[in-house]
Design a protein around this ligand. Structure first.
Ligand SMILES: NC(=O)c1ccc[n+]([C@@H]2O[C@H](COP(=O)([O-])OP(=O)(O)OC[C@H]3O[C@@H](n4cnc5c(N)ncnc54)[C@H](OP(=O)(O)O)[C@@H]3O)[C@@H](O)[C@H]2O)c1
Length: 294
């Protein structure tokens, strides 16, 4: 099978390409149908997905050897930059998705499109299930929600997979930031009034392939097991890293950001349980494995 991974130089795209190439993740073997897949990874330097003509031409060049699966990891992920430049967010997170979904439809490919907890308002009191009604509060969340809709409209074989609080070996993320600032300071402050699910990118990539192999098109939530605050997450990062730094709790008000962060973004994995099974491991276990691997 021929697989196209977009956002191939990003945090998730590199992880996915790596496990597809090696045939295994840290959780074990990837699904049999993806072993020996021919993987093409692209990023914005080779193809801007927001450019409909360029995506069309790329699809046409590959028409004789069509992709069987497209995994769209490309996105404009800087939440504050999306807030200050909504047109760019619209291009990167909605129009780009429409273009790649149209390519998937033309090739007869399945499309896995990665989305986010930011499609929800963040005001819930219990984990968001797939059937909960999105109500994004930010330009990032709004553009990602529109991207989900465009994906469903343009392609009949779509898996929308929402995740949150992602960290991996490649790129900047919360785990790397906390390790760096904790190593440079005796104490740090981290917000305790925002909660969610830390998610190891390697684990997530494994589950993305499991979902795609299952063939049950639809909308999925896939995040690390268990719920914590950014403060508790930071404390565990510092503890597991063996860094002598005190992690103090503070409030969101003490850390104003251009785009509001969701206070509550934990997700329930109803669709995973109903289809391929929910084996997302507890976030502490996944974090320990990640820090061990660094
Ligand atoms: N990171 C998280 O905590 C998190 C949480 C929930 C959901 N997600 C979702 O998970 C997915 C992967 O996230 P990630 O952390 O791997 O993101 P990432 O590291 O920012 O990677 C995204 C990649 O897409 C590229 N890209 C941006 N616009 C593009 C365009 N128009 N055409 C082609 N490529 C483009 C980016 O290039 P540039 O860097 O040059 O822009 C980047 O290499 C995204 O859909 C994101 O919304 C992430």
């Amino acid at each position: 099978m021929k697989i196209l991974v977009t956002g191939g130089k990003g945090q998730l795209g590199t992880e996915l390409s790596a496990i597809l190439k090696s045939g295994k993740s840290e959780l074990g073997k990837i699904p049999q149908r993806f072993i020996d897949a021919e993987v093409t990874a692209i990023d914005i330097d080779t193809l801007d997905l927001a450019d409909a003509g360029a995506v069309d031409a790329f699809g046409a060049r590959r028409a004789a050897a069509p992709f069987g699966l497209i995994i769209n990891c490309a996105a404009m992920t800087n939440v504050d930059a999306c807030e200050s430049d909504p047109e760019a967010a619209m291009k990167g997170n909605a129009i780009a998705v429409r273009n790649i979904a149209m390519l998937a439809e033309r090739h007869g490919a399945g499309l896995v499109h990665i989305s986010t907890d930011y499609v929800f308002s963040g005001s819930a009191g219990k984990p968001y299930a797939e059937w909960d009604v999105p109500a994004p509060a930010t330009a990032y969340g709004k553009s990602k929600l529109l991207g989900e809709q465009y994906a469903r409209e343009a392609c009949r074989r779509v898996f929308i997979v929402r995740t949150a609080w992602l960290y991996g070996k490649n790129g900047n993320n919360f785990v790397k930031t906390i390790r760096k600032i904790a190593a440079e300071n005796d104490s740090i402050k981290v917000v305790h009034d925002q909660v969610g699910n830390p998610t190891n990118a390697n684990d997530f990539a494994h589950h993305v392939l499991k979902i795609a192999a299952g063939g049950d098109y639809g909308t999925y939530h896939a995040t690390g097991g268990g719920i914590c605050s950014w403060h508790a997450f930071a404390e565990e990062i510092v503890r597991l890293s063996g860094i002598g730094c005190t992690v103090n709790a503070c409030t969101t008000e003490e850390f104003p950001r251009p785009a509001p962060r969701p206070a509550y973004s934990a997700m329930d994995h109803l669709m995973l349980r109903a289809t391929v099974g929910d084996e997302m491991r507890p976030w502490q276990e996944a974090l320990a494995a990640f820090i061990e691997s660094l």
